[in-house]
Design a protein. Sequence first.
Length: 82
Amino acid sequence: MKNRYFYSMNDILLKYNTLSPDIQKEVNDFLDFMLSKYKGKKMFDIKSWKSKIKNVSTWTEEDIKVLEEGRQHLNQWKTEEW
């Protein structure tokens, strides 16, 4: 079964050629607009993302324990009254 969102260049060209010259101009204008809109924008790169996400630091149980202990000491801190 053919993916309904996938068209070969031949399919697109056949459809395009069935359009009137005025409509073809509209299609061309739209394509120019889309190209200018996304010019310079990078497409999402899953390989790069996976590489970056693997390097995200994670906290160990020991790291969390130190933070919890620090939180308890902070809660016991008495502020000076004026």
